[in-house]
Design a protein around this ligand. Structure first.
Ligand code: SAH
Ligand code: MG
Length: 211
């Protein structure tokens, strides 16, 4: 399965932090899990403007599944004003805070994914307090501070169904390559728990399967 031309076009004009090669790997994993007997939705932590959401959404749409994408849309530490990844275009001038929700909505509309992707606006651990559904595939790409990454792992990973996939973005073994929180607070604990085994790695994307 491949992304259709329209979704590819939308992807090309959607702001975000996921390189195509990693997006393709995420897409392939999502297609596989959607075709498998593992039930449940795909859940994404960290929608931003919807780049990774388009890949996940395209895979789910083909299989009649749902993607729930969670974000408070106020940005992470590293995307605030003054930081390397800050984009002034995503600031709500009225309150001088980031607001990426309008960009996500535009991407979902243009990519014809409104029937498939449910956007949940809220802080990830807060949303998790009302979550009880088993998840076929969980993609964690939210806050990259140690506290946020640890909270995402703690609040969501146990909902991954047996045979389901835990995907983690921005995993760097070497601190010289990037921040360590996804590696130290999500990837390592998941493997060390003995509950997850690694099934794939592309760039900084890691794919784990729940035993
Ligand atoms: N997956 C996106 C990039 C996500 S960037 C892509 O591929 O393009 C990380 C996102 O996580 C930001 O939009 C930020 O607002 C969100 N975020 C950070 N901490 C969060 C938290 N505690 N709860 C909800 N969202 C959070
Ligand atoms: Mg990322």
């Amino acid at each position: 399965m491949q992304l259709d031309d329209e979704k590819r076009r939308v992807l090309a004009e959607t702001k975000g932090f996921m390189p195509d090669e990693e997006g393709e790997a995420l897409f392939r994993a999502a297609v596989d899990i959607c075709r498998s007997s593992v039930e449940g939705p795909i859940v994404e932590i960290g929608s931003y403007c919807g780049r990774s959401t388009i890949w996940l959404g395209a895979a789910a749409q083909g299989a009649g599944r749902v993607v729930v994408t969670v974000d408070h849309h106020r940005g992470s530490e590293e995307t605030q004003a003054g930081w390397e990844h800050h984009d002034p275009e995503v600031v709500d001038q009225r309150i001088n805070k980031m607001d990426t929700l309008p960009f996500l909505r535009r991407a979902l509309w243009d990519a014809e994914l409104e029937d498939t992707v449910i956007a949940v606006v809220g802080a990830s651990p807060r949303v998790a307090t009302v979550w009880s559904t088993e998840i076929a595939m969980l993609f964690i790409d939210g806050g990259h501070g140690a506290e946020h990454a640890a909270a995402d792992y703690r609040s969501w990973a146990h909902h991954v169904a047996q045979g389901g996939v835990l995907a983690i973005h921005d995993v760097f073994a070497d601190p010289a390559d990037g921040g360590q929180a996804p590696h130290d607070e999500i990837y390592r604990p998941a493997l060390d728990s003995g509950t997850f085994v690694e099934i794939g790695a592309t760039g900084s994307l890691r794919l784990l399967r729940r035993q």
